[in-house]
Design a protein around this ligand. Structure first.
Ligand code: ZN
Length: 298
């Protein structure tokens, strides 16, 4: 059933949602205006056109996970890829340290939010899937270090002691993104939380180019280059090898258990906005170590 992507007002037809959004925009409601600017158009459109645009935007041609993948690519890998992804094509020490310092907070919050999915579901395969994910992120598996540990080691290999890395508080943009995900975890049902969180793992999915992404999350020649410490390659390789199966499997579960696709779509878009903000925070932090980075962000 059609839903307002900004305030979640429901109606039986997109035309009603369009009238509602048109009115809100006319009254300069920041959240509705921002949503339309970010996702549909910066220009003013009439209700009929807005209705068509909304219906097209939310129409699911194949399945929900395909729609999520398509929107993720458009936002992060489309005509203008996210500046952090551009920076990762040739990352400096500053970019990588910014990544390490902010990402420790992301990963801690990640496992907390996944545990809310476990708390809210009775589906056995979902509980197992999430427990395995938490395990890999936080404890490691088959004797291999966890993602969290590999991240800290990457920071150490770049010359920053562990205690120093762990002493950083998150930047405001990272904290604001974390707050968004925590709000989703508290307020949404488990399928929505799964969609909101695991769609973010698409960022490192190496099959994205098959669906139209212009580049990979990082320049893959790094993995065989001598210009980077082993620990940097170990961390990046782990995501390179793991996350495509992660995101793909989780999204299959989302397809299987989704009861309210429109609500999931809206929640996923909210998560994408938080993620964009968070990726920028990595660059903001990186500027403390690499003043030239300001050129990438602006
Ligand atoms: Zn609304």
């Amino acid at each position: 059933m059609p839903i307002c992507p900004s305030c979640e007002y429901r109606a039986s037809e997109w035309k009603n949602i369009a009238s509602h959004m048109y009115l809100m925009a006319r009254n300069s409601d920041p959240s509705h205006v921002m949503w339309m600017n970010r996702n549909l158009t910066m220009k003013e459109v009439d209700v009929d056109n807005l209705s068509i645009m909304l219906e097209n935007f939310f129409s699911i041609k194949d399945n929900l996970s395909f729609w999520i993948r398509e929107k993720f690519i458009q936002k992060f890998y489309g005509e203008s890829p996210h500046p952090f992804i551009l920076a990762m094509q040739n990352p400096t020490r500053g970019v990588l340290l910014g990544y390490v310092i902010e990402h420790q907070h992301f990963l801690k919050n990640w496992v907390k939010v996944l545990s809310e999915i476990i708390f809210k579901t009775d589906v056995e395969e979902v509980i197992k899937y999430e427990l395995e994910n938490i395990n890999v992120e936080y404890f490691g598996y088959n004797g291999r270090p966890s993602h969290y540990e590999l991240l800290i080691r990457m920071g150490e290999s770049l010359g920053m002691p562990r205690e120093k890395i762990l002493s950083y508080k998150p930047l405001p943009s990272t904290q604001s993104a974390i707050n968004t995900w925590r709000k989703i975890a508290f307020e949404s049902n488990w399928v929505e939380i799964m969609a909101a969180m695991h769609s973010l793992e698409l960022v490192a999915d190496k099959t994205l180019r098959k669906y139209g992404a212009k580049m990979h999350y990082f320049n893959e020649t790094i993995l065989s280059s001598n210009d980077f410490p082993k620990e940097v390659k170990d961390f990046l390789r782990e995501g390179y090898e793991a996350d495509q199966t992660h995101a793909g499997e989780a999204l299959k579960l989302v397809d299987k258990y989704a009861e309210d696709p429109e609500k999931i779509q809206v929640t996923v878009l909210r998560s994408f906005d938080a993620f964009a903000k968070y990726l920028t925070a990595r660059l903001e932090r990186g500027m403390e170590f690499d003043k030239n980075l300001i050129k990438v962000v602006l």
